[in-house]
Design a protein around this ligand. Structure first.
Ligand code: LMR
Length: 329
């Protein structure tokens, strides 16, 4: 991944009023990479609506979806530079900063949103979300998307052997790479905003994603097969710039925090149903042949991927893996 150097902007830092009880005038930018009809965007809209209403319009929240302002390559640097105040990336995109963000990529760790939420809301999850403070970045609240499924353009996948020789795009990170290596496949990290074209041009044969992302970005137009796997997850957290966060006075922060809570509620409530609806739409479009694995077939994948836990025990931390296991019980 190429990281660009971002120039610092203090546009969102209030110039006055920190010590008063009045709500400060602010313009906040929230940038993300996915489409509008997704849990992340719906959460961001709920957050914007709450903050703008409760601040009587004093705080303006601009949302930039679809990598329209910044994408995977540069949103973090621009958060650090305070050019944007909120991002909500797939947590596996932060593994370069801290390998513990690999948790959503641990194979078959979580069966559903509730288990993933329980981990990130718990003590270890919060510790991981707070681990970017040296960069002036703070993880505030986890927003789920859902389980990932495999799509590809070559042939139907129903056993680990079927992946041999294929190349998959990943969101990034060591664990996802190891998953494909264990399955005899190649992998490459490609920014989300470039994925449709990469699939269309055959740069990679396939990718793994949630139904919501596959449907809303129309990846099924450029893929022929989809295997329902639920082997890894897309989970987000809302991250902010600590300088911006600490610059708000109590009244302002109260509104922004309550807005974040409103966004979290919507994102968490909508994720499952949006993914279910997206699967129905993918079925209706009929572009991909869908493979539903039997429990025995899932077990075959699980067995091949099990050694990954031992491989990453030290890097991710046995305590973090154990906390995830407990959340998944
Ligand atoms: C992807 O890059 O495939 C996803 O992580 C995008 C997202 O933010 O859901």
């Amino acid at each position: 991944m190429i990281f660009l150097v971002a120039c610092q902007s203090d546009e969102a830092i209030p110039v006055s009023g920190e010590s008063s009880n009045e709500v400060q005038e602010l313009k906040i930018k929230f940038a993300h990479v996915v489409a509008e009809n997704t849990p992340k965007h719906k959460g961001a809209v709920a957050m914007k609506e709450y903050i703008e209403k409760e601040s009587g319009g004093k705080i303006e929240v601009e949302i930039y979806p679809n990598s329209s302002l910044f994408g995977d390559q540069d949103e973090y640097q621009n958060l650090v530079a305070n050019n944007i105040q909120f991002i909500a990336p797939d947590l596996t995109k932060f593994v370069g900063n801290n390998p513990q963000f690999n948790v959503p990529a641990l194979p078959f760790m979580f069966d559903n949103d509730e288990e993933a939420i329980a981990f990130w809301d718990g003590e270890k999850g919060k510790e991981v979300l707070s681990s970017l403070k040296n960069d002036g970045v703070l993880g505030l609240s986890m927003w789920p998307n859902g389980g990932k499924h495999l799509t590809n353009a070559k042939h139907a996948i129903s056993s680990p052997e079927d992946l041999k020789g294929l190349k998959f795009r990943t969101q990034g990170g060591q664990v996802l790479e190891s998953i494909y290596t264990a399955l005899g496949a190649g992998s490459e990290s490609i920014p989300f905003g470039e994925l449709y074209t990469a699939l269309d041009q055959g740069v990679v044969d396939g990718q793994e994603n949630t139904f919501s992302n596959i449907e809303s970005k129309k990846f099924d137009e450029v893929q022929k097969y989809m295997t329902i796997m639920n082997h890894t997850r897309v989970d987000y957290a809302v991250f902010t710039n600590t300088k911006f966060w600490d610059s708000m006075n109590a009244e302002t922060k109260k509104i922004v925090e309550a807005g974040l809570a409103a966004g979290t509620e919507v994102a968490r409530a909508e994720a499952k149903s949006l993914n279910e609806k997206a699967l129905e739409t993918i079925k209706e479009r009929g572009n991909v042949e869908i493979v539903e694995l039997t429990p025995e077939q899932i077990e075959e994948f699980r067995k091949v991927l099990e050694p990954i836990y031992e491989e990453y025990k030290d890097e991710i931390g046995a305590d973090v893996i154990e906390a995830a296991r407990q959340a998944a019980e």
